[in-house]
Write a protein that binds this ligand. Structure first.
Ligand code: ADE
Length: 299
């Protein structure tokens, strides 16, 4: 089945500039599967920039003690500003030649902010950011270039928040040792949305949380064998009745969302029929569901 003309996806490519103290962390995940293929197909490109390369002191120090005392170290602003401003004022794909690290850096003005491109969000990965969801992923996938800034250690100088980052994103209410894993999550989720990245036509539109499923979780899936450990594939999936299969899948998506993430239902544009169906299965409309306990009424 081919998509109607007016819905045909527009070819899009996204370039990621990732700023990190640990570039080798990315080599495994970016060398496999969908992200590898997307790079080979030139749907995405990724440049890793080592923030430490942009230090000029003898020991290449990137962190320092916090003013006011307290535990832990804080990432210094200058190497981060220098790395980001140097890279983003140069053409897509530019990276600092290895031999120029520390010793032969392009000129940079520590006092005056560089004129950075307006169409490139500079995203700081931090547990304090807005929480990533599929809507934000779709929003990000529309940019030609994304800068992902990975914080490390116990913190990052506040001036990075106030003067450099244009967005702050968290991947969930838990603390990671740094933003690297969160940056990988963003690259993966954005890449899946680019036309041609998944290799099948409807692609990510049929994923959980996606518009194709109306924001619902995806229902159960089966493959051969028909019978496994006493559990049969539902007969409707073998029936060949496309309309019935479609209806069953939609109902299963509703039920699964009710069971696993009832908090999502309140924000979805549900049809009257969907609402009735859900109510018949115990959904209390207009009631707040806690996303963790899945129980109604607990804020
Ligand atoms: N860095 C540390 N924890 C993080 C989180 N939950 N999301 C994004 N970046 C982080």
């Amino acid at each position: 089945m081919s998509l109607p003309e007016q819905q045909a996806p527009v070819a899009r490519v996204v370039h990621f500039d990732i700023f990190t103290l640990f570039p080798p962390m990315f080599s495994g995940p970016f060398a496999e599967s969908i992200i590898r293929r997307a790079q080979e197909r030139k749907l995405i490109s990724i440049s890793l920039h080592n923030i430490r390369d942009y230090t000029t002191d003898r020991h290449h120090v990137c962190d320092d003690l916090p003013y006011g005392g307290g535990g832990g170290m804080v990432m210094k602003p200058a190497p981060i500003f220098r790395a980001v401003e140097t890279v983003l004022t140069r053409p897509v794909g530019w990276t600092l030649p290895l031999e120029d690290a520390y010793v032969n850096l392009p000129a940079w003005d520590e006092q005056a902010p560089a004129a950075l491109p307006a169409d490139t969000p500079i995203i700081l990965l931090t547990p304090q950011g807005r929480q990533l969801n599929q809507t934000i992923v779709a929003e990000l996938s529309a940019y030609p270039r994304l800068a992902l800034l990975c914080g490390r250690y116990e913190g990052i100088d506040e001036r990075v928040h106030t003067q450099l980052a244009t967005d702050e994103i968290s991947i969930g209410d838990y603390v990671l040792s740094g933003g690297e894993l969160a940056a990988m999550v963003i690259v993966d989720a954005v890449t899946r949305l680019l036309p041609g990245a998944l290799g099948y036509e409807l692609g990510a539109a049929q994923d959980s949380h996606s518009p194709g499923l109306g924001g619902l979780l995806e229902g159960p899936q089966y493959t051969r064998p028909h019978l496994f450990r006493g559990e049969e594939t539902p007969a409707v999936l073998l029936s060949g009745h496309h309309a019935q299969v479609k209806r069953w899948r939609h109902e299963q998506a509703l039920l699964r969302t009710l069971l696993h993430r009832p908090d999502l239902l309140r924000h979805l544009p549900l049809s009257a029929a969907d609402q009735t169906f859900l109510q018949q299965h115990g959904w209390l409309a207009d009631i707040h569901y806690d996303p963790v306990s899945k129980q109604p009424g607990q804020l």
